[in-house]
Design a protein around this ligand. Structure first.
Ligand code: KIV
Length: 278
């Protein structure tokens, strides 16, 4: 958490200003209150990503995530985080139909969670919606490059921008997202030179995931960087080995229950009898 926050919550305007100040934006995903409380001490921005569907609920993609799930997790994160800006993802099907549909659902998300902003995957079609939301008081974070909600069309979770046409399309999407008024834009799964070109060309801060250090900030899925899964994409750096730690702890617990070594005296209640009339 940057020193100048003095305990106040980070705003969309202060994230936007990072483009000029060049102070890198630190962000991670969050889905629950106790984890959010830890991340809050170190991050500028917490994203309640629709990746929650895959990371927490075991779905094969983010396509099955509902607005109710996002609201429930958004509320939990808001209970844990008091300094970082909290952004909630708009799930697939909740914003693509029309700007009016997007506003109705964004207003519900902000109203029921208390979060500061929404994120939506911003293909070029989304520029009109972003402008519509921002003009009506909803801060929006865009998301270009690899767009997980589009995997059924694009054919999987592969890095984007390999062909000249695809590069031009992603750059155009980022420019349209910025022009429409997004306060920040996630750039996912693109090569370093494209991430640099986008970052240099748009006046909105870019937050990279699998998009090199050329971006104005970085985001990772928290459970990926904590090593909760046995497989992670190439761009993830593991800062801990939570999967092994949890496995070892649960293995010991199971052994101790089976051998009756747990609970020990320290974990057992010994109630003193209450004296009559005392
Ligand atoms: O849903 C998500 O967690 C995201 C981040 C990976 C950027 O969109």
């Amino acid at each position: 958490m940057s020193a100048q926050n003095h305990g106040k919550r980070v705003t969309a305007a202060s994230i936007f200003a990072r483009k000029r100040s060049k102070e890198p934006i630190v962000s991670l995903t969050a889905y629950d209150a106790p984890t959010a409380a830890i991340l809050d001490q170190h991050c500028d921005l917490l994203l309640v990503g629709d990746s929650v569907g895959m990371v927490v609920h075991g779905l094969p993609s983010t396509v099955g995530v509902t607005i109710e799930m996002m609201i429930l997790h958004g509320q939990a994160v808001m209970r844990g985080a008091h300094q970082a800006m909290v952004v909630v993802d708009m799930p697939f099907g909740s914003y693509e139909e029309s700007p009016e549909q997007a506003f109705r659902n964004a207003a519900r998300i902000l109203g029921e969670t208390g979060a500061q902003a929404v994120k939506l995957e911003s293909g070029r079609y989304a520029a009109e919606t972003i402008r519509f939301l921002v003009e009506r008081g909803v801060p929006v974070m865009g998301h270009v490059g690899l767009r997980p909600q589009a995997v059924n069309v694009t054919g999987g979770f592969r890095a984007k921008g390999r062909t000249t046409e695809e590069r031009a399309e992603i750059l155009a999407e980022a420019e349209a997202t910025a022009k429409a008024g997004a306060f920040a834009c996630v750039v996912e799964g693109v090569a370093e030179d494209l991430a640099r070109e986008i970052t240099e060309k748009i006046n909105t801060p870019t937050i990279g995931i699998g998009a090199s250090s050329a971006c104005d900030g970085q985001i990772l899925v928290t459970q990926d960087m904590l090593g909760l899964f046995d497989w992670t994409p190439k761009f993830v750096k593991r800062y801990a080995g939570l999967r092994q730690t949890i496995n070892d702890a649960v293995e010991r617990y199971a052994e101790e229950v089976r051998s009756r070594a747990f609970p020990e005296a320290a974990q057992v209640y010994h109630l003193r009898p209450v004296k009559p009339g005392g």
